[in-house]
Design a protein around this ligand. Sequence first.
Ligand code: ADP
Ligand code: MG
Length: 617
Amino acid sequence: MAKISINIASGSIEKSAVVVGIDLGTTNSLVAYVPKGQKQAQIIPVRGNGIVPSVVHYNEHEVPAVGAYAKAQLLLSPERTVYSIKRLLGKSYSDLTQENLDLGYRIVPDTLDNKVNVQIGSHVYNPIEISAEILKELKTQAELALNARVEQAVITVPAYFNESQRQATRDAGKLAGLEVLRIINEPTAASLAYGIQSQAIGNIVVYDLGGGTFDVSILHIEDGVFEVLATHGDTLLGGDDIDREIVNYWRKQAAPTEIGDFADLRHWAEKAKIALSENSRGKFTHALNSEKQLELDFDILAQLAEPILQKTWNSVKKALSDAGLTPDQIQEVVLVGGSTRFPRIAEKLTQEFPSSRINNQINPDEVVALGAAIEADVLDGNRSDVLLLDVTPLSLGIETAGGLMDVLIPRNSKIPVRVGREYSTSVDAQINLMVSVYQGERELVEENRKLGSFVLGGIPAMPAGMPKIEIQFALNADGMLKVQAKELRSGVSQSVEIQPSYGLTDAEVEAMLLSGFTHAQSDVTLRLLRESQNEAHQIIYTTERFINKNSNLLSAEELEGTKQRIEAVRGLIEQDDRQLLQTAIDKLNDFSRPFAERVMDIAVSMALKGNRIDELK
Ligand code: ADP
Ligand code: MG
């Protein structure tokens, strides 16, 4: 029998590997790299184009196509063509608002976990698979263009993506055959692209209005080090919304029978918007059919866009105040995202930041991918001229007695970050401790978002307050949180990595932040009440234990008076009147202090004589 031998070595020439940066956009995606030995990043052409529309079309045989061809299919078979998939990534069905559902293709809940799926014909796809198709196209086309292997990538996400959305992005990368070296924030990537070119020292506002997301970040740059001071944004805001407003405007102008379907109108709305942004004096017209002519001029467009832009100005103000800066402390404003070509944006930013330079030299479509490529180059070990710092948008903490939020990592902390704090038990012989992890700005955990919980078991039985339990929070550069609880005397420990199965929408993050501000005063009052209630429980517990143990050393009046005052405190705990409760606690304390001291003196002198306290009974 003849042996078949395969000569692997001669099969193909080993190709070099390139590490790329990918801007996986809601509307458009790009891939870039830094050529060996160079500092500047370059966009990699894909089918002759830099920009790849983030659109996936599935034909009758379920074969996917990505990019310009798929985008053209939006008009022909909208129900088989998926766009804006990034809006659904890492979301649960219940996260979606009615507005999101108006996408032209069918969105269905997952039967198992209530995640969002897309149904095309009889086939159901999840957003990770669909995003992976876009990434696969970028990877394969980059390999062709560079004649090299592309297996590792840095992928960008909006600053407000939560852990679940970041994880979904990571999973999409994996599914596309890429090792995701790091997920970084889009505004951070953009600032990186600018920071490399200008060695500025100072504060920078990055304003990123894309097709489907809005982000504003306040960055501080010094000695080549980027620090994100604050971020704000909305994953449900972008150029798509302007298009939608135009569609609604046209629909209002015409009878429903005269006017085409949503996908068709959306297409012309975008064309009109782009044409008018480039020539604000022109007038857009398009004959939709023999009866209907679509029309738009710049003034109407500006009116339609105004509420959307207004939301972005509000976010800019919030981000600035979070960073503790005023507009005159901002040296540079960076424009990112295709929608920043709409002239009103640069005008408005020039008004708001009169002493800053408005940067739009780098193509606003490309700047994020270019920055991602630079970060990829850093992680590939090719340069040491850049350091990246990021921040966490919401505070992270645990629940302590009385349902209070104890913040371990405050919002806008630089990440990666590791924080440890010591706790103890509140009752004797407590052997289990429940650690519940929350995210949010409110004083009470019930008002915040629960991320997860676990039980630290096996704590040796000790009197209350004796065990030393260290809780450590480690938030890595990707926003993944590891929580560890360790009883230091015995060494027992337990940990959890938090990857919530469904995430927060940006609107929710913003709502949580706002709610923290608006409730700050009432939260403080409530916190004080809860603290008094905790103190009341604690003092009742210790005083009862004390009089039970030492009843033989106390007079009848002392015993009776103490019991009465304990009951007074107990009766007030649930009354929600902190003043009254605190007064009752003080009365109990004042009453018991003299004899408590006397008993302690006796105990001490007995101890000195070699007796133990409990032998006094
Ligand atoms: P994303 O980051 O969401 O993928 P991009 O940064 O690629 O989005 O921006 C896409 C958006 O930019 C789309 O809404 C598109 O209509 C809009 N856009 C592109 N060019 C222009 C222009 N000249 N004027 C106004 N909007 C534009
Ligand atoms: Mg973008």
